[in-house]
Design a protein around this ligand. Structure first.
Ligand SMILES: Cc1cc2nc3c(=O)[nH]c(=O)nc-3n(C[C@H](O)[C@H](O)[C@H](O)COP(=O)(O)O)c2cc1C
Length: 351
């Protein structure tokens, strides 16, 4: 079994970070308490703060600390970290606040987290990039090596069946069958193993995307990865921080309702087809609230809708007006379960 710093991972399971407001302190703490790794997403994490509309930056930074406190109250000694998207405008501040809050781990994707090693320097926080292709693994590990003489403490490989924003263009997504992706996982593992040799340290690799049950875990572990990252499965848990109507949208969705969408971020994403998404697909421009400054690159005057508005609507349960991100297997949700039930079905005791 592997470790994150001094802490041993009891179950090789990371709960994937889910913004906005889907994986906060409650879910992350519950997963950590079961022996997995709990991840808090910092994407517009302060949306429930009173001053969020006026001061989104301060509200978010404050909430980063508060959510760790909530998670630690549930799991004082478990492994708890933050998912911080590299595409965020306040990326550096979020990383610093996460370190100050005592993050065991920071996982960063949605862009290349080139500055991450510099930002956590001198702390005990461990770092992991999210990669989807051999090419992105090579680019980020080489960059960290050359610039900072550092390598990753963990690598997350996010495949084409994941939820949220996806690290592939549309053509690649259509091209990848799961079988082909296993080959890509093996190639990424080769890249990571070469850095393990160079830095003489173990770099655990976890696979993410479309891992929903025990069978999925067993299939993907055969590729040689050290663990899995699972997100959608945890949405329909009692402990998940999302509104109950969001959880019910997963339970009601059928396979055909889960589609690829183009997000204003410029990346494809996966979501449930709902009235909001239909309006967007028909070319409607949805009016939005004043800019919350979430992304480094966004032109509020040109976007078809505001991603922050659409994701906050989702977290609050106004699901008709929301972007309901989900993984390719979210339709498999049948009921609300506890985190313990989900963890035990993915990693049955004694196996
Ligand atoms: C609702 C939702 C929100 C997500 N938000 C983020 C996010 O803020 N940052 C990120 O890096 N990944 C995000 N993801 C991706 C997950 O962390 C995870 O890697 C992926 O969904 C795994 O696939 P699965 O959902 O099939 O288990 C999100 C996924 C979902 C379903």
């Amino acid at each position: 079994m592997w470790s994150i710093g001094e802490k041993k991972v009891r179950i090789p399971l990371i709960q994937g970070g889910m913004g906005v407001g889907i994986s906060l302190g409650n879910l992350a703490g519950a997963v950590a308490a079961e022996g997995g790794v709990g991840m808090i997403s910092t994407a517009q994490i302060g949306f429930r703060e009173k001053d969020f509309d006026q001061n989104p930056r301060e509200a978010n930074l404050r909430a980063i600390g508060q959510e760790m406190k909530r998670a630690r109250a549930i799991s004082p000694d478990g492994i708890i970290g933050y998912n911080i998207m590299a595409a965020l405008r306040d990326y550096e501040d979020h990383v610093k606040a996460a370190v100050a809050a005592g993050a065991d781990l920071i996982i960063s994707g949605a862009g290349l987290p080139t500055e991450l090693p510099r930002l956590i320097q001198g702390s005990r926080t461990k770092i992991a990039p999210i990669v989807s292709t051999e090419k992105s693994a090579k680019v980020i590990l080489k960059y960290w090596d050359r610039n900072d003489h550092k390598t990753a403490d963990l690598v997350v490989i996010e495949g084409p069946e994941a939820g949220g924003h996806l690290g592939f263009d549309r053509e690649a997504l259509e091209f990848y069958a799961q079988a082909d992706y296993m080959e890509e996982i093996r190639r990424i593992l080769e890249v990571v193993r070469s850095y393990e040799r160079k830095f003489e340290k173990k770099i655990p690799v976890v696979a993410a995307g479309g891992i929903y049950d025990r069978e999925d875990v067993e299939r993907v572990m055969k590729s040689g990865v050290d663990g899995v990252q699972v997100a959608s499965r945890f949405v329909t848990t009692e402990e998940c921080d999302a509104d109950i109507r969001y959880k019910e949208a997963y339970i009601q969705a059928s396979r055909e309702d889960i589609i690829l969408v183009k997000s204003p971020v410029g990346m494809p994403g996966r979501a449930i087809l709902n009235p909001f998404m239909k309006r967007v697909m028909l070319g409607e421009r949805i009016p939005h609230t004043p800019c919350h400054g979430c992304l480094a690159k966004c032109s509020p005057a040109e976007i078809p809708y505001c991603i922050t508005d659409a994701l906050i609507a989702a977290a609050r349960g106004r699901i008709e007006e929301a972007l309901i991100f989900c993984g390719a297997k979210a339709y498999q949700a049948e009921r609300i379960e506890t985190v313990r039930e989900a963890v035990e079905s993915l990693f049955p005791k004694g196996q």
